[in-house]
Design a protein around this ligand. Structure first.
Ligand code: ADP
Length: 320
């Protein structure tokens, strides 16, 4: 049995402006971009040649069919349920002058947020080497329970659990609600990936103190992304900085997801389990191999536009 990286959560199409700095209603042209962070991670693993599955829900409409096809083309086992209850998620994005993104959701909640726990088949979790989730699917029921139940089931079946809080403040009702909810689920995860800004927002602490706090809260490994400077990997007994790769970045969309896909691919390939994770990543050589690889996957993704279309193959990563 080939054990997979199994990702669950939001699946939607972002309509991204072709030009920046315009108010949403004034954007003259949009580019269609399949995504949702956990779907990007599944695509990243598959693009590298690893086995991955994405569990999610779309509407019975052409956008849903497009999303399924995009995942399948990338090589992902698309455990995508089609429903009549709601339409596929669509989000219109505008980039403000300050670089912040504004989102307008067309019919929210969309189908992806209606995934129910009873729809997640046991067979979709049984072969999981890793179960990966984010916080967007925790925002509303029934997807929230589906996400957390699947995490517990996957863990019982022996999977490593990975969590990317992926703070998207505009999606939450209040910042405080986001902070509380996100921190509440740190303990479920073996490995948590955050950026320095997310640590500051979630805990009001600097990188090292914040990462230690996440470890105290129950995570075994905290991975902190540093953009072009690479990442820092902390356990209770180690703190390793893996330098970034120098590239000419043109679009950082999806770099974080590609990076997560890179290290989850490595962990699955090496057969790292919840029991061996800390030993593996606190070893300087092994940690450098796993996260140096992830840095290269993230870096290459920034050299091309979009999220899924920008993901590299294994050959491209090895050529770096
Ligand atoms: P996020 O904020 O989504 O976690 P980052 O922007 O820090 O993600 O990027 C994730 C990873 O992608 C980084 O840790 C790094 O490995 C790589 N990366 C991102 N931006 C660049 C860049 N400009 N140059 C090189 N590598 C990059």
């Amino acid at each position: 049995m080939v054990r997979k990286v199994v990702c669950l959560g939001e699946l939607l199409i972002d309509f991204v402006p072709e030009s920046n700095g315009q108010a949403l209603a004034d954007v003259p042209a949009f580019r269609r971009a399949a995504g949702g962070a956990p779907a990007n991670v599944a695509a990243a693993v598959a693009k590298l040649g690893g086995a991955s599955r994405f569990i999610g829900k779309v509407g019975a409409d052409p956008f849903g069919a497009h999303l399924r096809a995009t995942l399948e083309e990338a090589g992902v086992d698309a455990a995508v349920i089609e429903t009549d209850e709601a339409r596929t998620g669509l989000a219109f994005v505008s980039l403000r002058e300050d670089g912040e993104r504004d989102f307008l959701f067309y019919r929210h909640p969309a189908a992806d947020m209606l995934l129910r726990s009873d729809e997640v088949l046991g067979a979709w979790l049984e072969d999981a080497a890793v179960y990966h989730f984010g916080s967007v699917s925790l925002i509303a029921e029934p997807c929230r329970t589906a996400t957390l139940d699947a995490a517990r089931r996957a863990r019982e079946l022996g999977a490593l659990v990975s969590y990317d809080p992926n703070v998207r403040l505009p999606l939450w009702e209040h910042a405080e609600q986001a902070r509380t909810e996100i921190l509440e689920h740190i303990a479920i995860a073996d490995i948590v990936k955050v950026s320095e800004e997310e640590i500051e927002f979630l805990l009001g602490l600097g990188l090292v103190e914040g990462a230690r706090k996440l470890l105290q809260m129950g995570a075994k490994v905290a991975v902190v992304t540093l953009g072009p400077d690479g990442c820092r990997v902390l356990t209770t007994s180690s703190d390793i900085h893996i330098s970034g790769v120098s590239v000419d970045a043109v679009d950082t969309t999806g770099a974080g997801d590609a990076f997560v896909g890179g290290f989850l691919y490595q962990l699955a390939q090496r057969g790292v389990s919840a029991g061996t994770l800390v030993d593996a990543v606190s070893d300087l050589v092994v940690c450098t191999e796993i996260f140096g690889f992830a840095n290269r996957v993230g870096a290459i993704t920034t050299t091309r536009r979009g999220a899924i279309p920008a993901l590299p193959t294994l050959a491209e990563v090895e050529a770096r």
